[in-house]
Design a protein around this ligand. Sequence first.
Ligand code: H2U
Ligand code: ZN
Length: 361
Amino acid sequence: MTALAFHVQSGTGAELFDLKQHPHRRFNALTGEWVLVSPHRTQRPWQGQVEKLPPDTRPEFDPKCYLCPGNPRAGGVLNPSYEATFVFDNDFAALRPDTPPGGFESGGLLKAESEYGRCRVVCFNPRHDLTLARMGVDQIVPVVKTWVGQFAELGADPRLNYVQIFENRGEMMGASNPHPHCQIWASESIPNEPTKELASQTAYRTGSGRCLLCDYAALEERLGERVVCANESFLALVPFWAVWPFEVLLLSRRHFAGMDGLEEREQPALADILRRVATRYDNLFETSFPYTMGFHQKPTDGAEHPEWHFHAHYYPPLLRSATVRKFMVGYEMLATPQRDITPESAAERLRGLAERHHLDI
Ligand code: H2U
Ligand code: ZN
């Protein structure tokens, strides 16, 4: 199947619009926002330094790490000597269950609402030196099972209407510790990004009777050019509307809305695709590739959410090397996000990489 291109006749003649050459904006069907794509700018000579970072070598146990087994955390609590995953309430929680209900309003313009919530930290593994890229599928499955349990437990609280599971990896992304871990923030309100996605998925379902991301996954699989890797249950691709240079969208093949709908046989498949995406990322610039990733699941507000399709986003900042990152400044802060390399060429590069970690070769 070929994509449809259209051209507009001008006074001096016609030129066929080409996604690979001409500045254009792309529509993000999930958020309803646009991204400016400037493919001609990749012809610019790059005169910056291409630096390599020393390999990410860490000890298996770090006596100063507040996530390693047996070590004290802030406030003095000792971590247990855990063997697989370990979950604890964040000692510096941004959302707290003891928040009194209430609000503030002034002049119709100043508005505030009390926000009830809980924040937790999940250690993926006792080993300080591991990352999802270097853990085996059998080590990642317990992480998946922990997410399933946390989503069910937090989602069952009638006052928690959204559960955000996310991993900040690398100093560049503000991660405070290299020990493999993620965070969970569960809130009373549905946050901004899921709210936009909820509106788009609902509108699509109302208009067509189908699921937006089921249709999108099928379309991308047919076109093939933005797919990075896949297994029997999941598809990893650079979305058509990607903002970050090597952004990835992870989609389940089957339609379900949250971790509670994940079948037992899909747990190792999710672990497999997480490992493969993370390994490809590390192999891209032979670094411990920084990113923020997180799952977008149905709100836990008690509604069924047939419109919602389980997925995860990876937002990595690196652009050209282990040290050259994309900034979201200037035009992007004031107007619209912009990218130079096309999602198609980013997908091609990611697709060409090995799934065996460069440090394990
Ligand atoms: P990040 O690396 O993504 O910042 O996550 C680590 C979290 O761990 C962070 O939210 C928490 C921080 O508040 N933390 C504790 O709960 N206890 C500690 O002793 C240190 C850090
Ligand atoms: Zn540690």
